[in-house]
Design a protein around this ligand. Structure first.
Ligand code: SAH
Ligand code: SF4
Ligand code: F3S
Length: 489
């Protein structure tokens, strides 16, 4: 059972503290689907006030932040970017690597000074960091200025926390270790007007030995197909052009249904029939990627020819110690099958270097695999021990210098092959979804190809493009991380 907070009782409203041990358990409780609704006592809680929301981590957190913003605006709060003026500042955090956590603590320290200038400022922290016991200890000992602490399973209760913290003048900590029910209809303020995230499932049951996510996000639970299909169809009608389906392991979608047999492949096939123009998904676990899904992807049409398929390592020995449950050969077989059915497909991946005990030979196998697949891009990381995960107890760590050298050597190969992959598009015409002006140069527009490659391009001055247009661009130059071209229609 969840523990009650005992220390600092007078400072905190008595609620629930997280436990990684409890979070590890996978209970057979059935997940209920609840509809979000706002009790009348919370109406206007934020009237005349401003909120500032800072988001760290993966697309899952970005999608959660859009729901948090939706709830706050329903309460009457208005968005601000002004750090001093904000009445409520919320940090939606990530715990995936140590440097992600350090960044948040740095920011919390910086906000001390704003809180001194504006003592009524309420500060909240949510997302994956509060799911760890050590974060709660650090907050209680070093950040007493934080008024609200909640985790990933109770976003729908945010109005209650703000209400309690305001009314009782006490700090609220409420972090559930075990996932709750699925909430439908949480109001959402989307960041983008043409591209939308759509959660299809929550949680992860894979337990890769290095990873904190199964602890911070709970067991896998899938949204009902009808709710997803309806949301995608509505987004298309509202003018959204692209939808990215989200889950930590979308290939496990539907495995938790007890009343219907419906998998990720079924979902893709059903969404293929909707009127959304571009459909993507992330992230996939290679072990759970099945033939039906590969065949569904080969339907093409609105299903984009891009696969982000995290491999993590090219060594079977390391993959085994990571508990990834596939071999390099099995991974390559799936990649080759996708390549043969979808010739214009692009692949990206995630790779961890310097996993405890990774030998030079094993690292070289990873470099070899990058060359064999010819990834169009990769997110590369140095292994970061996460307290509570099995790998944190593994021995035989590399020196800091070795870790950084391996990352650099890997990035060199990744960039070389990404450039090769991009060069195939020189002098070709590609379809681009227009995102808007480039951040660095307002005279240049940016967008993404079907293969999810970033394109910077010169607009047609007589017939300028609008955000959300699908236009043709002739590629004139390829780089490792983007393409450059001229619009031709
Ligand atoms: N669910 C997704 C992504 C999870 S996190 C998946 O399985 O692919 C994104 C990436 O962070 C992972 O793919 C992995 O490469 C990296 N990562 C996770 N835990 C890490 C750790 N402890 N140290 C370094 N990188 C890590
Ligand atoms: Fe982490 Fe593995 Fe789950 Fe991805 S599949 S979230 S790496 S445990
Ligand atoms: Fe980070 Fe949590 Fe996502 S740990 S990567 S925000 S699931």
């Amino acid at each position: 059972m969840a523990k009650k907070i005992k220390m600092n009782e007078e400072k905190y409203t008595t609620l629930v503290e997280p436990s990684l041990k409890e979070a590890r358990m996978r209970k057979k409780n059935t997940i209920e689907i609840n509809q979000f609704f706002l009790e009348s006592k919370y109406f206007n809680l934020g009237a005349g006030k401003h909120y500032l929301l800072k988001t760290y981590g993966c697309q899952g957190n970005m999608a959660d932040s859009e729901k948090i913003a939706g709830i706050l605006e329903l309460l009457g709060y208005e968005k601000t970017e002004n750090e001093v003026e904000a009445d409520l500042v919320l940090f939606n955090t990530c715990a995936i690597r140590e440097n992600a956590e350090e960044r948040v603590y740095g920011e919390l320290g910086r906000f001390n000074k704003f809180k001194k200038q504006n003592p009524n400022m309420m500060i909240g922290i949510c997302g994956c960091m509060p799911q760890e016991e050590k974060t709660i200890m650090t907050i209680k000992n070093h950040f007493p200025q934080i008024n609200i602490v909640f985790g990933t399973h109770n976003i729908a209760s945010l109005p209650e926390y703000i209400y309690d913290a305001t009314k009782n003048q006490k700090n609220v900590i409420d972090v559930l270790s075990v996932e709750g029910n699925i909430y439908e209809n949480i109001p959402t303020i989307r960041e983008h007007t043409k591209k939308a995230w759509v959660n299809i499932m929550y949680g992860c049951d894979e337990f890769c030995t290095y990873c904190i996510v199964p602890y911070t996000r709970g067991k896998e639970r899938s949204r009902r197909p009808v709710d997803i299909i309806q949301e995608v169809e509505e987004l298309a009608h509202q003018g959204y052009v692209e939808v990215t389906l989200l889950g930590q392991n979308v290939n496990a979608y539907g495995k938790d249904f007890t009343d219907i047999k419906y998998t990720f492949a079924n979902l893709l096939k059903d969404l293929h029939k909707t009127s959304i123009k571009r459909l993507r998904f992330t992230t996939s676990h290679p072990r759970d990627l099945d033939n039906n899904t590969i065949e569904a992807m080969a339907l093409g049409g609105n299903i984009m020819p891009h696969f982000h398929l995290p491999v993590q390592s090219g060594s079977n020995e390391v993959l085994k110690r990571m508990n990834r449950k596939y071999t390099k050969e099995e991974y390559l077989e799936k990649v080759n099958k996708l390549k043969s059915l979808i010739p214009d497909i692009s692949f990206t991946t995630d790779i961890i270097v310097a996993f405890p005990g990774e030998t030079e030979e094993q690292f070289l196998e990873t470099l070899e695999l990058v060359k064999t697949v010819g990834y169009d891009g990769a997110y590369t990381f140095i292994y970061s021990p996460r307290e509570g995960t099995p790998a944190a107890k593994f021995e035989n760590h590399l020196t800091e210098e070795e870790k950084h050298q391996r990352l650099e050597r890997l990035n060199e190969v990744v960039n070389e092959y990404a450039l090769k992959g991009h060069q195939k598009y020189e002098n070709q015409v590609v379809e681009v979804l227009v995102e808007g002006p480039s951040k660095n140069n307002k005279d240049i527009l940016t967008g993404y190809t079907k293969q999810n490659m970033l394109v910077n391009f010169n607009d047609n001055k007589e017939h300028p493009c609008a955000i959300g247009d699908l236009i043709n661009v002739k590629i004139t130059k390829a780089y490792s991380w983007h393409l450059f071209g001229e619009v031709i229609n």
